[in-house]
Structure formats: C-alpha cells, structure tokens
Design a protein around this ligand. Structure first.
Ligand code: DAH
Length: 339
C-alpha cells in the first residue's frame, strides 16, 4: 500500500507539471483529491486496517496529500500567470503608429508664393480685399473702361455664365469693388482665381491666379509705382534684380506699362529667351475715367495699379517650365515644396 501511495504520488506530481492549463489542473485535482479521487479512495480503505497500520499509512497518505496540495497550488499560480500573460498579449492594442502613416502635408507651391507675396505687401500697409470670381460685365469690363468692342469681351476669350454674368477674366474687378467700398486713400491687394477660354498647354490654363494691387491717394506718381515694384522684384527674385518699364496699353490705366525683371542668368537662358529680361506684370496709373466710374474725383486723387500672374512669378522663382505640373496633383512634384 505504501508503494501504491508512493507511485501515485510520483505519477500525479509528474502529471501536475505536464498539465498545460488551469482547467486541466483542476480536473486532475478532482481526479486525485476529489470525493471519489484516487487518494481519497486510499484514505477510505484505511478503515479496514489495524489501528497501528492506520496511523502509519494514514501519516504517509496525509504527507502525500499535503505534498500534492502544495504542488497543485504552486502549479496553479504558475499556470494562472502564464494564462494572464497570454491573454494580455492577445488583447494588446498597439498604440504606436508607423511614422510613415502620418505624412505631414505641405503647402501647394502656388500657396507658398501667394502667401509670400501677400505678406510682403501687407507689411507695406496693403489690405487684402478679395473680390468675386463670378462677377458681372460691369465690374470685369465696363467700369474698367474696357469698351464693348474690346476683344477680351468676346465669347471666345471669356467664360460667360449668364446674361452679363461671367467668370472674371482678371482680378482687376477687385479695383472697382475696392474703390466702391473703401474711401480713398486706399491700398489694397486682391489675390484670386481668374478664368479665360484658353486651351491648356505648357504656358496657358483656362484657370489661373492673379494678384492685383491698387493704391489711391493724393499726389501719387509713376515714381511711386516704380519704387514699390522695384522693391517687390528684389524681394521675390533676389536683391540684385532690376526692373524696367516698357510702355504698353491697358484700358484701365493711363499711362500703362509692362514691367520686366532682370534675369539672374546673365548669359541668357530659356526663361528669358536670351534677352536677360523677364516680363512679370502689367501696371500703370489708374485711368481717370476709372476713378470717376467709382465716384472718386480724379482732380483730387490719383492711383496706380498692377496685376501679376501668380503662376508666372511662381514658375520663375522655382524654375518650373510647364504650368500643368501645378494642377496635376502629382505628389512626387508637390512634395518638393516644403517650407
Ligand atoms: N488685368 C490685366 C491682365 O489681366 C493685368 C493688369 C494690367 C492689371 C495693368 C493692372 C494693371 O492692375 O494696371 O492682363
């Protein structure tokens, strides 16, 4: 009997180590120490023994029982720990995110250039005065002294969206809207999107952007216009940049000029086509008729205005040779312009 107990003890101790879960350990415990368990039945069998045997074997059985209980408890703690660890692992949430999933966006190059230009003019006291993209013929043409027979008023050049209503073909409508709503002296900048019935190619797009500037005050001259534009050219293209004014014609300015900036290439490049000069904008003294159209007395006030193509300035600054890159949303292109 002693031997049976020892064998059972060894067998169960080994099984305890082999069991792989707390559930199975519990089953094993019931199987050995439960009401009808193997060790329990041995204890029950003691009844048939003599008192001397009873005390001798009883002690052995109790020892074995104590050893087993200890082994069961120890293994229970071990398995419970393993199971908890496995559970936590399986339920774990990975709170770290792959840095590649969090791509930080950057401004579109046109926004970068627009913001640079706008901020510069704001620093000189200009106020941003945006005007509608859908406007009437009056604001886009008539009030600006663009007469009925002007080619720009042709259906082929301008997108008409209704009777006398159009997608503005330039930001110069902003001049009229500003002069109608602000009493002179005024100093405004009107950036925005403009539309022309052009096919898209490397240098044209039916939608593009302009920045219009207008200053109205007492005693302004071409000297003031040239001074500001000369500083502006140095700011956008670099300190060494010079400008030259060429006589031109716009119905809303008199006199009118086209402004060229000196090219940095010196030796003649693709952008300046070997001339050393790049046309950057149109400008002039506000036509007295335009001032009158807006209720401003031309004998008291004078003004100067300028309008530049944002894409043009942007592409000169960055050396971009095809305007289409700006609209195609190719991230490989756009990601190059991080400021
Ligand atoms: N609106 C003209 C254009 O789109 C540009 C321009 C020329 C604006 C002379 C002006 C200006 O304000 O004075 O071609």
């Amino acid at each position: 009997m002693q031997q049976d107990i020892q064998q059972l003890l060894n067998k169960v101790l080994t099984s305890i180590q082999e069991v792989g879960s707390t559930d199975k350990l519990y089953d094993l415990k019931v199987q050995v120490l439960g009401k009808s368990g193997e060790l329990t039945s041995i204890l029950k069998g003691l009844r048939e023994l003599t008192p001397a045997q009873k005390s001798e074997i009883g002690k052995i059985v109790n020892d074995a029982k104590a050893k087993l209980e200890q082994a069961f408890d120890a293994r229970q703690i071990e398995l419970k720990h393993q199971e908890t660890t496995a559970l936590l692992k399986s339920q774990a949430v990975d709170i770290s995110i792959d840095k590649h999933l969090r791509q930080i966006g950057n401004f579109h190059p046109l926004s970068i250039t627009r913001n640079r230009i706008v901020n510069w003019f704001v620093g000189l006291g200009f106020v941003v005065h945006e005007s509608p993209e859908i406007d009437t013929e009056y604001y886009n043409f008539q009030a600006l002294n663009v007469l009925d027979d002007h080619p720009a008023r042709d259906m082929q050049d301008t997108f008409f969206v209704g009777d006398g209503v159009l997608l503005r073909s330039h930001t110069s409508n902003g001049q009229i809207r500003a002069m109608e709503s602000i009493k002179p002296p005024l100093k405004i900048l009107s950036p925005g999107t403009v539309y022309r019935a052009d096919n898209i190619d490397a240098t044209h797009s039916p939608m593009f952007h302009q920045i219009e500037g207008l200053v109205v005050d007492k005693g302004l001259t071409m000297g003031d216009l040239k001074g500001i534009l000369s500083l502006f050219a140095k700011f956008v293209f670099g300190e060494k940049t010079e400008i030259r004014l060429r006589p031109s014609y716009f119905p809303f300015t008199e006199p009118s000029v086209e402004v060229d900036a000196s090219c940095n290439c010196k030796s003649g490049c693709k952008i300046c086509r070997g001339t050393g000069w790049i046309e950057i904008l149109g400008a002039g003294m506000v036509n007295q008729k335009v001032l009158s159209n807006c209720g401003i007395n031309p004998s008291r006030f004078s003004g100067f205005a300028f309008g530049m193509g944002l894409e043009r300035i942007n592409n000169i600054v960055y050396g971009i040779t095809d305007i289409r890159h700006l609209y195609e949303n190719d991230l490989r292109f756009l990601r190059q312009f991080v400021v």
